[in-house]
Design a protein around this ligand. Structure first.
Ligand SMILES: C[S@@+](CC[C@H](N)C(=O)[O-])C[C@H]1O[C@@H](n2cnc3c(N)ncnc32)[C@H](O)[C@@H]1O
Length: 493
């Protein structure tokens, strides 16, 4: 058991997730790593693990080489030593990789390849820079808080400018540095860089340098056992065309299928990436780029007590309690609310009733463990959000949906609190609000935002919801807004 736990943490620290064969084969195909043109072309997997990519690469190389009429095995062996490269930080992985490569070539009667598998930290290797025709692989996914000593090396990269959340983002920059002028990079990585703050610099760089050749968004499809939403990305240096082919993934036969050819102006909206058919992106862009000075909706997050099990329940006292709606389920509960006119009451006033005092005193340890906002106190909510709006009429709404039937929009009278989700404050009627949200248009908007959650669900933020509501309201009421045209990089002649 102990060994298993050590293995698990080592896997997590090194972002070790092996790539299934069908993904490798799709990436090789999409990158153009096939046919006679691969011969005498340099290819590297800069985080090769036990060789999922390199084994397939070597297999293809041998087959193409042996298509020649008089194949010379010694020449093949020399070419494999010269043109196939790998790096991994883990010595055991490097050994496994060499073993797997030897097994692969033994089928062709080859036993003496001097494999170029380097055991090193790719972050500090520069000897391959500008020399590779292909950079292919599945870089490590390691969250910033698990990076340990590597963090200083990571900070040196341009793609880490916006605050690093994951090592894979830096591996894009490393891969691009390794490419020759006309080289191709093919990776499978998390798709979080489409809209994360950490991916902001990288997105602009990829678009500005016209690098994105193909995108296969795997959306909810789980290519690995870990819950990670991934995408296959094919980048090409010196491209003639300025478009990107967008594919989705066919789960039934594990195959990418072509959806549309997009211009950067179609998918690079408000500095994030969104992938869908051109017509859908056109609609999305209208919503996301809409701005108005006439605001009709306020959308906020419900209470953050940071101790729901203490504050929300079925208490045998009514003083200092209010009804609350759990926005995620639409269910009603009772909530301890130690506030008066939005201000925290004194502890002595709050606990003048012995039942309340007993409740607080017996759970003091739990409450003290929370990481509180500065303005709060140990017996108050963890954050102040939602407190001042208790005495306003509002609508609670869940922020995790798959289809219309999942939507829980509930009218909350004055005096009712909301937690575990969002709430909307507006002067428009309940019917109007329902009309705007309970339709396929809203569900489609949320799915296009691409914030995937398990079970085929999507999540959205208060900002996403407000943007949609203001836009729809303006359309319905023919209010003129401004569509931000900030695509300066595409406005070149
Ligand atoms: C997601 S796995 C992919 C392995 C293999 N490419 C595959 O597709 O099956 C990432 C690999 O990166 C390696 N790795 C993690 N950090 C690294 C670093 N800084 N330099 C080189 N390799 C690293 C891990 O040891 C692991 O084998």
């Amino acid at each position: 058991m102990k060994r298993e736990m050590n293995t698990l943490s080592a896997d997590k620290l090194n972002g070790r997730v092996y790539t299934p064969e069908f993904i490798v084969s799709n990436i090789l195909d999409l990158s153009g790593y096939y046919g006679q043109t691969i011969l005498r072309k340099h290819v590297i997997d800069n985080s090769c693990g036990d060789g999922a990519f390199l084994v397939a690469i070597v297999e293809r190389y041998c087959k193409e080489f042996l298509r020649n009429s008089v194949p010379d095995i010694q020449v093949l062996s020399d070419e494999l030593s010269n043109y196939i490269h790998g790096i991994d930080i883990d010595e055991v992985e490097c050994c496994k990789c060499i073993e797997n490569l030897n097994k692969t070539v033994s089928k062709y009667g080859i036993s003496n390849v001097n494999w170029d598998i380097l055991c090193a930290d790719t972050l500090v290797v520069d000897k391959y820079n500008g020399k590779m025709d292909f950079v292919l692989g599945n870089p490590p996914y390691v969250r910033i808080h698990n990076l340990g000593n590597s963090i200083d090396n990571v900070k040196k990269f341009l793609f880490a400018k916006n605050g690093m959340s994951d090592l894979y983002i830096v591996f894009y920059e490393i891969g691009l540095r390794m490419l020759k002028n006309n080289g191709v990079l093919g990776y499978i990585t998390p798709s979080s860089f489409f809209n994360s703050l950490a991916g902001k610099y990288m997105r602009a760089y990829l678009v500005d340098n016209n690098l994105i050749d193909k995108i296969v968004d795997l959306k909810h499809y789980q290519a690995f056992t870990a819950t990670t939403y991934t995408t296959i990305v094919i980048l090409k240096n010196d491209r003639q065309q300025t478009t990107t082919d967008y594919y989705r993934f066919e789960e039934k036969n594990n195959f990418p299928y072509y959806v549309d050819t997009l211009n950067a102006g179609d998918f690079f909206i408000d500095s994030c990436f969104y992938f869908a058919e051109k017509s859908e992106l056109y609609e999305l862009k209208k919503i996301l780029m809409f701005h108005t000075t006439e605001e009709h909706f306020s959308v906020k997050n419900g209470f953050a007590t940071l101790a729901d099990s203490f504050f929300i329940g079925d208490f045998d006292f009514d003083e200092f309690t209010i009804p609350v709606i759990k926005a995620s389920t639409g269910k009603r509960y009772k909530c301890i609310f130690p506030y008066c006119n939005g201000k925290l009451v004194s502890y002595s006033a709050l606990t003048s009733l012995s039942a309340i005092k007993h409740h607080f005193e017996t759970h003091k340890e739990l409450l003290l463990k929370r990481s509180l906002e500065k303005s709060s106190a140990w017996y108050g909510f963890g954050r102040s959000q939602g407190i001042n709006d208790v005495y306003k009429c509002k609508y609670s709404i869940n922020a995790l949906i798959k289809s219309i039937i999942d939507l829980k929009l509930i009218k909350c009278d004055k005096g009712v609190g909301v937690y575990s989700g969002l709430y909307i404050i507006t002067d428009i009627s309940e019917n109007e609000l329902r009309e705007m949200l309970c339709n396929e248009g809203f569900i489609s908007y949320i799915s296009l935002l691409g914030k995937y959650k398990s079970g085929g669900y999507y999540t959205f933020s208060s900002k996403d919801l407000k943007q949609y509501l203001e836009y729809k309201y303006s359309q319905k009421n023919e209010i003129k807004g401004v569509h931000n045209e900030q695509f300066s990089i595409f406005n070149r002649p």
